[in-house]
Ligand binder design. Sequence first.
Ligand code: GDP
Ligand code: MG
Length: 437
Amino acid sequence: VFENLKESIAKFFRSEKYEEAVNEFIKDLQKELVKSDVNLNLAFEITKKIKERALTQEPPVGVSRKEWFLSIVYEELVKLLGGDSKPSIKPARKPWIIMLVGLQGSGKTTTAAKLAYFYKLEGYKVGLVAADTFRPAAYDQLRQLGEQIGVPVYGDPSIEDAVEIASRGVKYFVEKGFEVVIIDTAGRHHKEEDLLEEMRLISSSVKPDEIILVIDGSIGQQAYNIAKKFHETTPIGSIIVTKLDGTAKGGGALSAVAATGAPIKFVGLGEKVEDFEVFKPSKLVGRVLGYGDIEGLVERVKRIQLELTEKDVEDIMEGRLNMRLVYKQLVSLRKMGPLRKILQMIPGLGVKIPFEVDPKDLELKLSKWLAVINSMTYDELDNPEIIDKSRLKRIARGAGVDAEYVRELLKQYDLLKKLSKQLKKRKDLLKKLGEGF
Ligand code: GDP
Ligand code: MG
């Protein structure tokens, strides 16, 4: 679906001039966002922000400008969707009254059952209230779903007043000690105003703890306006996006978030009650960007963002060294690393820094060594001295590299350790001579 953007990313990496490449990519991204149903203004706003960061912020040591750019794109989109954190799905108190709103066909009734099933499996006592009195079959549909998941359904087809059903249903379950009560509502009326008015009345009568907007993931460009209208009637606390199992690009979800400021909590991935998941922003962004391993890339950039802290330098100067410091040193080696610079700025030391690797091999060796360090245990990181033959083998296997690389890294570690000790001696000597630091 996002073949175009994949092509844009490839083009971006091929292009030689960074700023031009950014501008080009931004244009493609705007087009693609709009095509995938993100609201026009929103697409414009996000891309503007991305561009600003891309052209003013420096990548961290060891990250290429282009990788940095893609990680900014990803970060901004994820931020829009509420950040990396998992949404809070635990009811803040009991009983917790949830009211679902949304258009007819968006998947409200199905979602009511999915949500009930989800909370039931989380250990809550859950009840469903059938407050869609506009569509005659709605009650039966919910009752059948309730039977299927073993959750009681309150409803009365003889009552036409949805507000009355809703408040009676909530009262019924609360009195019986139920912990989560979910109200299914109508999605259509003779007039749109009537529907919105009914939502307002139900809401003011039952005072729900959470109003959830259920929105069809394939709704397209209308998503923004629909979400806005519901939000203006009954403040939306969270969003559930349905039908993401289909070909929907999910951009409408981005727009719904922008229109309401509410986070997406769950997504619907099919017609069955178990086709339901807690929402993960990175997954949707990956989908919107159509770049498979964007998460991997971002992870890497984050790891590389480590830099030597003052404390690290102090540790090195004091002869204290561990693999974590070596890791940071390796990472910063890709450029003139901070450690090297710092050491060269210290007068009278004139030490030769180890890790003099042929630049040709540097990239390959660095990536293998980083993998080696990643497969070490905490103990091994803090005390590489404990690494014996069998540990060495295990580390090599874990890193998927030849044991030779592990040995070589340990040798480099020894060198650096010696240097570090040497530094301390000289420092002590200098101090004695009154030339302190
Ligand atoms: P309501 O009018 O908002 O209550 O919507 P319904 O719950 O009756 O759902 C409308 C249709 O969408 C039904 O055929 C559902 O089976 C279907 N549906 C709901 N959620 C999903 C979903 O996540 N994926 C798919 N493929 N179909 C869904
Ligand atoms: Mg329904």
